[in-house]
Write a protein that binds this ligand. Structure first.
Ligand code: GMT
Length: 377
């Protein structure tokens, strides 16, 4: 049996799929007996209750008056080095290249080369920031100097190579869901509060950033609701939320659309729905579509980024070109009107989530990467 490891994890703890994946991974590694140290500016929101083998170290930023911009990155690097030394960490696993990988590399220089750095790329760290000339050299440096680099889809690996001229090895580590949390929940009592028995429920969950094309969700729903009695649930909040509230009003759809805000029990909310809508402009993976898949809910979305690696068109959902709301609505209408097709697709979703994107597979994959960089294969 291999030694248990001491692992430091840094991520954006309060938002986004990257923080969710990092936190869930940490919890699973701790369950397997590894010692996991989260080193972040706030408690990761998915950490939940007290867990054995999990420790939390808060990064405090100096507010000294000469700093025009409080130097979070330096405080993080310093904390990473401090915790690595104090706890004798084997490695730092950082999620998101900027600034986390750079800070981890600085910490490694302070501690010594025995401390390994594993960097996981999640998407916008490459697809958005990688295009910014002012920072792209730094991202390239962080990727090239990490002891291992992983990315959450083949598409993201390709983008990383193309945008940043990277030719080093990058491991593919698809995102995952914990099958003990994401499964079709019993919503028989709750559903009646959102829809009549004859109505279908469509759902969209995101941070309402422009890249999510939330306006397309409203357009798709406007078309679907003309053909199928239905309701739309919006979960989450972000910059485009208020525009969407106005758009829903303008289209006279307010009585059919519920804005639920942020929700913690995502599996429960998703289980209420019949279809997930994800028409993003860009999506390195689309964790929310996987969460839906694991609850037996097919996704209708865009053929963008890593989404087609997750959603098999015609089997676990339907994909159309970005912005083609006509086609997406037509897929939704057909699916919602055809019970036999729907049940088959829901079953395909459960199988695919369970056998291809399940926590057991991914945790082992990451462990193998850790042992490899430590030379303990
Ligand atoms: O999608 C977001 O806005 C949040 C972002 C993040 O950094 O958390 O999500 C990215 O990472 C997720 C987890 O790996 C992926 O599921 C999302 O597809 C990816 N977002 C984009 O590529 C836009």
């Amino acid at each position: 049996m291999k030694d248990k490891l001491k692992i430091g994890i840094t991520c954006y703890p309060t938002l986004g799929g990257s923080g969710v994946v990092a936190t869930e991974l940490g919890k699973l590694l701790a369950e397997k007996g590894h010692e996991v140290h989260f080193i972040t500016h706030s408690m990761p929101f998915r950490l939940g209750k007290f867990h054995k083998n999990i420790y939390y170290h808060e990064v405090e930023v100096s507010q000294y008056y000469v700093f025009r911009y409080p130097p979070y990155d330096l405080s993080l690097a310093s904390k990473l080095a401090q915790v690595a030394k104090m706890e004798e960490l084997d490695l730092l696993h950082v999620h998101y290249a900027i600034p986390h990988a750079v800070c981890a590399l600085l910490a490694k220089q302070m501690v010594g080369s025995n401390l390994k750095v594993v960097t996981t790329l999640h998407g916008t760290d490459i697809t958005v920031l990688g295009q910014d000339q002012s920072i792209s050299d730094l991202i390239r440096y962080a990727i090239n100097e990490s002891d291992a680099v992983t990315a959450v889809s083949k598409d993201l690996i390709k983008e990383t190579r193309e945008l940043l001229a990277i030719d080093r090895d990058i491991d593919l580590t698809y995102n995952f869901v914990d099958k003990r949390v994401y499964y079709p929940r019993d919503i028989s009592k709750l559903r009646g509060e959102f829809a009549r028995p004859d109505e279908k429920i469509l759902i969209h969950i995101s941070n309402f950033r422009p890249v999510k094309r939330v306006q397309d969700v409203v357009d798709i729903f406007a078309k679907v609701s003309k053909e199928v009695p239905s309701r739309l649930l919006f979960v989450g909040e972000g910059p485009d939320l208020s525009k969407m509230i106005s758009k829903v009003k303008e289209l006279g759809l307010s009585d059919k659309v519920t804005f639920c805000g942020k929700q913690d029990d995502v599996a429960q909310v998703i289980s209420l729905a019949d279809v997930m809508l994800l028409p993003s402009e860009k999506e390195s993976f689309g964790l929310v579509a996987l969460e839906a898949m694991a609850c037996g809910v097919p996704t209708i979305g865009s053929n963008a980024g890593g989404i087609p690696e997750l959603i098999t068109h015609g089997e676990t959902g339907f994909l159309a070109e970005v912005g083609d709301t006509e086609q997406m609505a037509s897929y939704a209408i057909n699916l919602l009107k055809n019970q036999v097709m729907y049940e088959q697709m829901a079953q395909n979703c459960l199988n695919r989530a369970r056998y291809t994107f399940c926590n057991d597979i991914t945790t082992v994959q990451y462990e193998e990467i850790y042992y490899r960089v430590l030379g303990r294969e």
